[in-house]
Design a protein around this ligand. Structure first.
Ligand SMILES: Nc1ncnc2c1ncn2[C@@H]1O[C@H](COP(=O)(O)OP(=O)(O)O)[C@@H](O)[C@H]1O
Ligand SMILES: [Mg+2]
Length: 361
């Protein structure tokens, strides 16, 4: 939870994007993007490659001009302001440190550009290097550092002039998985310490869910949903979001007078029961799909059998095939009873009514 703002100390770093549009020739890279970001918020732009994340960030930073729409920083229209006057810190995947400069010189660079006094520069550089746990590395050169350390120098260089907003474009993309996880925790901790607005671009859904106050899911230049991570996962707004964020079973259903019918006409559990007559899709996550031996007195579900089982360490993936041919996937922890089922067992697949989402697009 963020602290409430008092009226005397209004926090800076609020951003508003209004109907941003950007075309390159025949390609619409960003298509009518609107988004409000609160001061101090950590928000991710999540989407597959080519969905318009970088272009959105570039328009925010002032490296690209939108064809139409506006960018506001703390209610001031900065759409046409050159990037060097926007006071936004930027961090990219290819951190682009100056190779001939030491860590301290790299980090002090933005302050030298701003002609700050030497003693002030030294104090700020020391403080910022401590923040990113590089206090002892001031006189090293970039080639004497690991990839993760180099990325921390890039973060320090973006933080040192204390901008109200940090823009991060796939900053961990070049690093291996363990290091990514470690640095993502560090960036989160840093966010709590410095309280800056952070806009984080990634195609990695786990990263976005783990780090963000809110996630904006992008697809083909448009924002499909903006919500807290739990809501993106539990209540996806459309089929794209449901499939892109996590694994999901998509079950074709028919809605008839407030009842949800499966492929063989069976009644399926769902808390959402739109009172319309139409075809729809029921989404249920593999960890919510329960498989019970047939005859256990179930309250609605799909009859079928287990056709495959894969052991993946802490859990088992069960492949289920319904009598009408529908394939479903269930993921169960190996400590649970379901992990003891076997291939060929006749089962009924069901889920708690609250764990289903109905999409009618
Ligand atoms: N400078 C450019 N010239 C032409 N097309 C571009 C340019 N930058 C981006 N695009 C196109 O715009 C779309 C969105 O790109 P981008 O914003 O880089 O996506 P992302 O960062 O989500 O991978 C893509 O189809 C890409 O090819
Ligand atoms: Mg990109």
């Amino acid at each position: 939870m963020r602290t409430k703002l008092s009226s005397t100390a209004v926090k800076s770093g609020g951003i508003a994007l209004h109907n941003l549009q950007k075309r390159y020739g025949g390609v619409t890279a960003v298509d009518d993007v609107s988004l409000s970001i609160s001061p101090g918020e950590f928000i991710s732009l999540l989407g597959p490659s080519g969905s318009g994340k970088t272009t959105t960030l570039m328009m925010l930073a002032g490296f690209e001009m939108p064809d139409s729409g506006q960018v506001l920083l703390d209610d001031k229209d900065i759409t046409r302001l050159p990037s060097h006057r926007r006071e936004l810190g930027m961090i990219f995947q290819n951190y682009a440190l100056f190779p001939h400069m030491t860590v301290a010189e790299n980090v002090s660079y933005p302050l030298q550009m701003r002609r700050m006094a030497k003693v002030e520069i030294e104090a700020r550089v020391r403080r910022t290097l401590d923040q990113v746990h590089l206090g002892g590395f001031a006189s090293r050169y970039p080639h004497q550092l690991s990839g993760g350390q180099q990325q921390r120098v890039a973060i320090a260089r973006a933080l040192v002039f204390e901008p109200p907003v940090l823009l991060l474009d796939e900053p961990l993309g070049a690093l291996d998985k363990k290091l990514r996880q470690h640095l993502r925790n560090e960036i989160k901790t840093l966010h709590k310490q410095v309280g800056k607005t952070m806009i984080y671009v990634t195609h990695d859904q786990e990263e976005a869910l783990a780090m963000s106050d809110r996630v904006a899911v992008m697809h083909e230049g448009r924002i499909r949903q903006v919500s807290a991570p739990q809501d993106i996962y539990r209540r996806p707004a459309d089929l794209f979001v449901a499939s892109f964020v996590g694994e999901v079973n998509l079950i074709p259903v028919k809605l008839r007078s407030g009842v949800v019918h499966g492929p063989a006409g069976e009644q399926l559990p769902s808390a959402q029961r739109p009172d319309v007559d139409r075809d729809a899709t029921l989404c249920v996550r593999p960890e919510h799909l329960r498989l019970e031996i047939t005859g256990a007195g179930s309250s609605g579900g799909i009859q079928g059998r287990i056709v495959d089982m894969t052991f993946v360490g802490d859990s088992t993936i069960l492949e289920f095939c319904g009598d009408a041919g529908l394939q479903l996937t269930s993921k169960v922890l190996n400590v649970s009873a379901e992990a003891k089922l076997g291939i060929g067992d006749a089962c009924v697949a069901s889920w708690a009514a609250n764990d289903a989402s109905i999409l009618t697009e």
